[in-house]
Ligand binder design. Sequence first.
Ligand code: NAP
Length: 461
Amino acid sequence: MNKNSSNIMALAPNTSNKRETVCIFGTGDFGRALGHKIIQSGYPVVFGSRSTQTSSLIPKDAEVLSHAEAAQKAAIIIIAIQRQHYNFLTSLAEILHGKVLVDVSNNLKINQYPESNAEYLAQLVPGAKVVKAFNTVSAWALQSGTLDASQQVFVCGDDMEAKQMVMDIVRALGLTPLDRGSLLAAREIENYPLQLFPMWKFPILLTLGLTTFFFFYCLTRDVIYPYVYENKDFSFFIAISIPNRICPILALILLALVYLPGVLAAIIQLYRGTKYHRFPDWLDKWMLCRKQLGLVALAFASLHVLYTLVIPIRSFVRWRISNQIISQALNNKTQPLNNTNAWLSDSYLALGILGFFLFVLLGITSLPSVSNNVNWREFRFVQSKLGYLTLILCTAHTLVYGGNRFLSPSSYRWYLPNAYMLSLIVPCIVLVVKFVLIFPCLDKPLTQIRQGWERNPQYSE
Ligand code: NAP
């Protein structure tokens, strides 16, 4: 089913369930915010509370009763109470028998308890049908109206009918229910709000590691070496020159690391002769954060563009150019135009501009609003074919930057090559392996394997 049709479903709630009263236990922040939204959607709401006194904070169309009285008025009861206070529900077990209990709770830590809160609730009230839902929606978002139909509400539970009733309420609120299966999934759903940028951890740590390494590498070559051997103070390189070396290096390495797991996966599949065997965990995790790696790479490429734009106004650069002009004037000698250098310089810039343009295009197509509007083939074309073209252009940009100094022994300082040479290692490996994989003798079996063909069926066990 495509996205549009699911949105249409989200806008068309099951009206047969619309008039049934919904009970909410707990008049705290979440209970009140959810109650307000449910009333707006046309459901009568009754609150079950320890105190039956209403306050101005409670939606005025809602009744506030004791837990037992409120529970008797509805088939669905949303438990908007912290897990540690669930114990009192055992005394209501008889009244709650056969009712749908919606567990909305979250914890403070990942895997805080041996079982999920929803499973704990099901143990406390065995006669009830427990459904997990709404825990990824915040009270603030409900109150401020910042929720839209694209907001997904994860729902899970063992009773299909109960789950359906809850999903009808979710749709009535203008949200999109996402059925995650049985109540066993509650543990995972409860961990979602506690995850801190899970997909960004590896890219950020890797970026920090690489940035630190290349910073000290460039500092040694470009600042410490001239100071020790020529007594020249180039410490101001730390402001622009060194960052402008690190940014393109990181952009290129990280872009190559977006494509490296793909070629590793291809080699593994060719070796095993099947796709029905899981990749090692580290490769799975690496593949899942390719988009984030690509976005960090794009950020570094953009910084490189900005740093490059300010080169002509740098005092050091202006000083060097005026010095060259003056020395030519004093010697009464004009340097002839070196055609090779002019070609290298223009090609280097042209490759950089084209590479950056495609880089930006890749970044734009990775945005959900764009990727949702292209089909799978178009997405693959942009991310894979254009992605490799970007990698080729950026690698060529770096190779041409080296130009005729590339691999020249005079460019080594303390046996350390220029930093850009190190940045070429991973992209060159990726491009060479990818090139080899294109040969029909490897591409054909790989395509067959990806279509389900198996050479060694024992691997799929
Ligand atoms: P809260 O403001 O602390 O409210 C919890 C309510 O539970 C209280 O107002 C109280 O209602 C009731 N309660 C407190 N102690 C009790 C006890 N000993 N026995 C029976 N009832 C008791 O918490 P909340 O922020 O509304 O969160 C409620 C639940 O929603 C939690 O499980 C939370 O994890 C979940 N949740 C919250 C949010 C959010 O943004 N706040 C988002 C998603 C999920 P009465 O005074 O009416 O009895």
